[in-house]
Design a protein around this ligand. Structure first.
Ligand code: FEO
Length: 405
C-alpha cells in the first residue's frame, strides 16, 4: 500500500519522508494553501526519524520510509515539538517501528504524554546535548516558546543540517522540496505569512534565538523545517535569517493598514477618505475590507506596517462580527510595533469605535488623536474629518520613520 509515495533524497544519509496535505485551508484560524508535514530520516550506524506527521498521514510517511529502509531499522525517533501536526502519528509510528528510544525536550517529554496518554516513555534531552549516531551526531537546542514550551532544534553537526521544526517553515503544499524551486513571490509571501501568524507573539524571543544560533555555532548549510520547502542555497538561508531578524524587530514604516467592515457603505466611505488622507500625507495605505480580506492576510500585511486603522459600523450596540473576529485574532498575535486609529458610523448608539479602542488599549497600541465617528451617513464635514485623520496618522508615521533613521 502507498507505493506511489517515495522518500526524497536530500543527501546520501538524509531523506525527506513527510506528507503533503493538498487540502489544508485553515490552520487554527490561519488561511493556508495546503501544507506539508515534514519528517526526515537520518541513516548512519543508528537510524533516526525526525518528527512524524499529522494523524491521517501515517501511511504516506511510512510508505516513504519503506521506500528507503525497513521501518523496524529505526533506532530512535526525535520529536522536536509536541503539536499534533508533528505528533499525530507518533503513537502509531512508535508501535510500527519499535524504536529503542524516543527523544524530546524536557517539556516535550511531559507534553507528549499529555496528548497521547500512556506514551510516557519519552527520554528528555538537555540543551546542547549530543546524540551520537555513529559517524555523525545530532545536537539539540531548545527553542522554548518559538512557539511552544517544548519546541527544539536538532542539528546534524557534520552535515551542518538544521532540523528547525516550525521555524523557517511555510504552510504551502507543493511537489517541489526546495525553496529555490518555487516562485520567489510565493516564497516571500508565504514565509512572511507564516512568521506573522505563528511567531508574531514571540517576536522578541525570535531575535534572541537568532543570536543564540550564532553563539552556539549553528551555521546551517541546509535548513529542513517541518512545513514547506527546504532551504539549501546560502543566499536563501542568509535572506530568510535577515528577514526573521527584521520581522522580529520591525522598524517604523510609512505603510498603514486600513481594515474595515461596513453595513450600508458609510464606514466604507470613511475608510476611503482616511486612505486619501494617508496618501496625501505621504503614507502608503493598504485598504483591506473584511468582505474580501482574511484575518491572517491582514496579520501578514501588518508585519511591515507602521499603523493599523480599524473601521466598523455599530450593529446592535456592538462592532461588526468580522471586526470582532479580526481583533480577537490580533489580540492573540500581539503586534507591538504599530500606531492605531479607529473610525466608524453608527445609528443611535455609538459603540463600535469605543470597543475597538478598548482592544487597542489592551494591546498597548498608541492611538493617533481621537477616533472619527459619523451618524448614519457621513456628511462632507465628516469625510473631511476622516481625510484629516488620515493626514494626522501619516504625519505621525513620518515622524516615527524619521526618528528611527
Ligand atoms: Fe507545525 Fe507548532 O506545529
Amino acid at each position: 500500500m502507498g507505493t506511489q509515495f517515495k522518500a526524497h533524497k536530500i543527501s546520501d544519509s538524509v531523506f525527506w519522508v513527510g506528507a503533503i496535505d493538498w487540502t489544508l485551508a485553515d490552520f487554527h484560524g490561519y488561511s493556508t494553501r495546503g501544507s506539508t508535514y515534514n519528517a526526515y530520516l537520518v541513516i548512519d550506524e543508528k537510524t533516526v526519524l525526525i518528527d512524524t506527521v499529522k494523524s491521517g498521514f501515517f501511511e504516506e510517511m511510512m510508505a516513504r520510509v519503506r521506500s528507503v529502509i525497513d521501518p523496524l531499522k529505526i533506532d530512535y525517533i526525535i520529536s522536536n515539538h509536541s503539536e499534533m501536526d508533528h505528533t499525530g502519528s507518533l503513537p502509531e509510528t512508535i508501535a510500527a517501528t519499535e524504536p529503542d528510544r524516543v527523544f524530546a525536550s524536557a517539556a516535550g517529554a511531559q507534553n507528549i504524554p499529555a496528548h497521547f496518554h500512556g506514551n510516557d516513555r519519552i527520554v528528555p534531552v538537555k540543551e546542547g546535548q549530543r546524540l551520537s549516531l555513529g559517524g555523525r551526531s545530532l545536537r539539540f537546542m531548545e527553542t522554548k516558546m518559538i512557539h511552544w514550551p517544548d519546541s527544539m532544534f536538532a542539528y546534524l553537526e557534520e552535515d551542518r543540517l538544521l532540523f528547525s521544526n516550525d521555524v523557517f517553515g511555510m504552510h504551502w503544499a507543493s511537489s517541489e522540496r526546495y525553496v529555490d524551486q518555487i516562485d520567489p513571490g510565493v516564497r516571500d509571501y508565504e514565509a512572511a505569512k507564516y512568521f506573522a501568524n505563528i511567531f508574531m507573539p514571540y517576536s522578541n524571543l525570535v531575535g534572541k534565538l537568532l543570536e543564540k544560533m550564532k553563539t552556539a555555532d549553528l551555521a546551517p548549510l541546509t535548513i529542513a523545517p517541518d512545513h514547506g520547502p527546504i532551504w539549501r542555497k546560502e543566499a536563501d538561508i542568509d535572506m530568510i535569517m535577515r528577514k526573521y531578524a527584521v520581522w522580529a524587530d520591525p522598524r517604523p514604516t510609512l505603510k498603514a493598514v486600513i481594515a474595515y467592515d461596513t453595513m450600508w457603505g458609510s464606514t466604507a466611505a470613511m475608510a476611503s477618505a482616511v486612505a486619501a488622507g494617508l496618501e496625501s500625507g505621504g503614507a502608503h495605505p493598504k485598504v483591506m475590507p473584511l468582505s474580501l480580506a482574511h484575518r491572517s492576510d491582514i496579520a501578514t500585511e501588518l508585519l511591515d506596517a507602521g499603523a493599523l486603522l480599524v473601521g466598523s459600523s455599530t450593529l446592535n450596540g456592538q462592532m461588526l462580527p468580522r471586526i470582532a473576529d479580526l481583533l480577537t485574532y490580533l489580540r492573540g498575535l500581539k503586534p507591538r510595533h504599530l500606531i492605531a486609529g479607529a473610525f466608524g458610523s453608527y445609528g443611535w448608539h455609538p459603540k463600535a469605535v469605543s470597543q475597538i479602542k478598548e482592544i487597542f488599549g489592551e494591546l498597548r497600541l498608541p492611538m493617533v488623536g481621537d477616533a472619527v465617528e459619523a451618524k448614519f451617513v457621513p456628511t462632507d464635514d465628516d469625510l473631511r474629518r476622516c481625510l484629516d485623520y488620515g493626514k494626522a496618522v501619516a504625519a505621525r508615521l513620518r515622524e516615527l520613520a524619521g526618528s528611527s533613521n
